[in-house]
Write a protein that binds this ligand. Sequence first.
Ligand SMILES: [Ca+2]
Ligand SMILES: [Ca+2]
Ligand SMILES: [Ca+2]
Length: 392
Amino acid sequence: MKRLIYIAPLFLFSACADELDSTNKILTPTITSPAAFANVSGEVTVKTLVTPEDQFSSLELLLDGETVATLTENPASFAWQTDGLTDAHTILAIAKNKDGDSYQSEKVTVYIEEESEDNINPFVNITSPASFVTIDGDVTISATAHDDSGIERVIFYTNGDSLTELTSEPYTYVWDTNGLSGTYSITARAYDTSGNFAEAYPASVTVNPKDEFAPTVYIAQPANFDKVEGIVKIVASASDNKGVENVVFYIDSDSVGVDSEAPYEYSWDTNGLSGTFAISAKATDLSGNFSFAYPASVEIEEVIPYVQILSPAQFEILTGQASIVSQIEEIESVDSLRFFVDGVFTEIAFQNLETINYNTNLIPNGNHTFLVKVFAGEQVQNSQVVTVVIQN
Ligand SMILES: [Ca+2]
Ligand SMILES: [Ca+2]
Ligand SMILES: [Ca+2]
């Protein structure tokens, strides 16, 4: 009895120590990833952790009950290729301690997600500008884009030329239309993350820049304070950022003519006029902006026409049909030339002012006077007379 009593505590102690020792060697393997009941696809990283680490020796990884790897690292990871698999699968880890005892993790069941092909094109829509509007300056182009798998990028185009590529929302771009004019088709192309793309219905806009600049115009001819006479050629020089519609000419405050094509000119007949006049011009651009030229003040010189009989000569002998040839200076200011024989006005249809054909048989032989007078209106300006000898 005594011995038994003595031994018993030893046995108890020994049993107790054994139990403590084995408790410390119990491993708890855990599958830390994927989570239970997760949907997985492609390559799945299976992660394990075994505690306590100092007792860990190795770990078997089982998929659907079959060992696929023996891992000696802790924590460990394993790349599981799920391509071709479907439905549910179970992951299990069995860890061994240094004594070779095995401990099992909880099972983790996962579902294989079928990787469906993305056959759905994105949707893209231009929200601004509206179609058929007239725009100018900086114009904000906006689009919305949606896709089941996500939008990768949106590209804006004007008349087929790409403006910009945007990889994130908002899909907006400020388009600088300065220097442009005419009709533009704005569109957008959206790509989804699978490379599918779609194009927005185009917005057709007219770029019509506002013209805020009036034309410039000046009187290029005649110069200010010029003395002018007869037919005066007035020339205006006009220019504009967009284009000159026309130039209207003014004498004093009266509009006298319009020219819509360069060179801008007006022929001013000053005959019969005298004094000082202000010449100006008004240039109007294609947008209706206008400006006036600084006036040129001109003085009309009095023009006195001068006539001289070149033929016949003084006391020339004439027979039959005779030609009286004159020379007129400042002929522009002459309205008529009149012919007098012996002081009597003779109505003759002139071939031109300077040539008169006269039948000398109408008058008796002997000395006669031929007189020519040049008239402005009814005002005689100048005259000349020759004495001829008729011998028929
Ligand atoms: Ca898609
Ligand atoms: Ca203009
Ligand atoms: Ca012209």
